[in-house]
Structures are given as structure tokens and as C-alpha cells.
Design a binder for this molecule. Sequence first.
Ligand code: NAP
Length: 310
Amino acid sequence: MKEYDLVIIGGGVAGLSAAQYGSRANLKVAVLENAIIGGQVFNIMDLENYPGVYPPVNGADFVETMKHQAESFGAEFFLTQVSSIDKIGNKFKIQTSDGTFSSFTVLIATGASHRKLDIPGETKFSGRGVSYCATCDGPFFRNKKIVVIGGGDSACDEATYLSTLSNDVTLIHRRGSLRAQKAVAERVLKNPKIKTIFNTIVTEISGDEIVKKITLQNVETGVTSKLECDGVFIFVGMIPQTDLVDMLTKDEDGYIITDEEMRTNVLGMYVAGDIRNKPFRQIVTAASDGAIAAWSAAKLIREIHGEVYK
Ligand code: NAP
């Protein structure tokens, strides 16, 4: 049995930030990650919107630095698959492919993944014209032809944002009307820089080294057509990675509800980053969540030990 004060599940920015803050607060910290340390940030070519990091840095370098920083304070990293989390008394037992971890506190920082369209070209051109983050990648398509796919709040909000960068934004939605909240949808419909194409799906993304065009199909007539474009922004929903934590209270979209200290309905279990119910999912807000969660966990551990937290 490996004994820790704080076990962090997920090695994205929220988990890395918590690892640094937790270990620096003298907690014995383990980070359990089943894939690549850094999560979604690992794939960012130029990270240019993290305050204080300028000029832009490579996302993989950024998270590698975060990992080294956490390790310098004593955090330990394990490449392992978590299969279950149980609370027995005031301790958690975390079963993994690397054995059992025991801890007073657990932070769930497993993130959310962008729902994919699963169409030809989507994976091939990811990072080369296909994006799931307008704030991150929009500036690369300044004054270019931009396509946004989806009809929800995200698609409408992001299309509105992208219209501040380009006069040529086309929103494509599979239904005849937008799903987004009325005010959000109307902002798109009244925006002269945003064209809308309804009742249409995108069936293929194509190009050479970068995106050049997409294939459309009208769902009512079946007629197909091509549309030239430089950027394809896909906002067809998110999937929070909550498989391990069915015991936690979620909102109607499946995101886990916390208070401002990242506490959940289970004492000692915290949640940070994209898996959490919150209005703005960014690297900087994930880092903030992680720092708060570690602080909150340290506070609880000192209470358990009868210490006064300062
Ligand atoms: P969402 O509300 O689930 O909308 C996803 C959109 O993608 C829907 O229009 C859906 O079409 C479409 N879609 C799904 N799968 C598709 C596919 N395979 N092909 C083509 N289209 C597909 O997701 P979201 O916009 O990311 O928002 C997630 C949650 O966050 C929502 O609750 C939303 O209200 C909230 N949010 C709020 C704000 C805000 O308040 N400003 C901003 C962003 C997000 P259908 O309509 O046909 O299902």
C-alpha cells in the first residue's frame, strides 16, 4: 500500500498545478496519469494566452516545466490506470494497475474531452486547421475563411468571438434552428460577419498539409457541396471524464459540482479543471482550480491532524 496525503488523478494542468501547490505545502503527493502528462495542453503548438508566459511557448514544454516544478517540491508521478476509488473511514483507497494507493484526500482532475465528429480528415488535420478551441487557435485564422460546426452555446459564443478576428465566419448546424440560448443565438443570427448554413452536416475535411475545404451534405435533400475554408472549429459538445466518480453530484451536463474551494459532496474528494461545473474552461482557470484544490486539501489534512491551518 502506497500512503499519501493527496492523490491526484489526472496529470493535466489542473492536476499539475495541484501537485505543485500540494507538495510545496508539505503534503505527500502522488499524481496518477494513464496517458500523457499535460492533457490537452500537450498538443498546443504555441501557447500564447497564459498570463506571464511570453513569447508563446510550446504546450508540451509548458507542461513538462510544470511537472519538473511539482517534482522539485517532492510530488511523485505514476503512469498508471485507476480502476476504482473507495472511501473507508477517513481514507481513500485507490486501486490502480500499479497497486493500491491510500490517502486522506483525492483530487479528480480527469478533464473533459471534446466530442468529435468522427468524420474523415478530422484527426488528420487536428492542429492543422481543425480546432476545438477558438480562444487558443482563433488568432491563427485572422482574416481567413473560418467554419464553425455546431448549434449550441459554445458554437454560437465561439463563432461570435471568431467574427472579431475575421469577416468570413460560417456556422454550420445540422438542424433548422440553433439550440443555443435565445440571446446567444440571436447575436449570431444578427451578426453580418457570420453566415449560417442550416440542416447541413459536414461529412469530410480535406486539404494537403493544412485544411483547404470541407464537404457538406444537406440532411433534407441529401445534396452534397464543397466549401473552401482555412479553419474548422468543432463545437459539438463536451464529454466530462467522470467514469471513476459516480458518487459525486453532477449538473445536467454531467460536470461535477463543487464549491469555491473545489470541494465535492464527498468529504476529502476535490475536483478541478475541465471536469468541473464552471463557466470558462481555460488553462489559466485549470491552474487556478488546482491551486485552490490543493490548498483546500491541505486545510482538511491539518484539521484531521488537529493542527491549525494558517
Ligand atoms: P451542446 O449544448 O451539447 O451543443 C452541441 C451542439 O452540437 C448541438 O447543437 C448539437 O446538435 C451539435 N452536435 C452534437 N453532435 C453533433 C454531430 N455529431 N454532428 C453535428 N452536430 C452535432 O454543447 P455546447 O455548446 O458545448 O455547450 C455545453 C453546455 O455548456 C451547454 O449546457 C451550454 O448551455 C453550456 N454553455 C453555455 C454557454 C453560455 O451560457 N454562454 C456557453 C458555452 C456553453 P443538436 O442541436 O442537433 O443536438
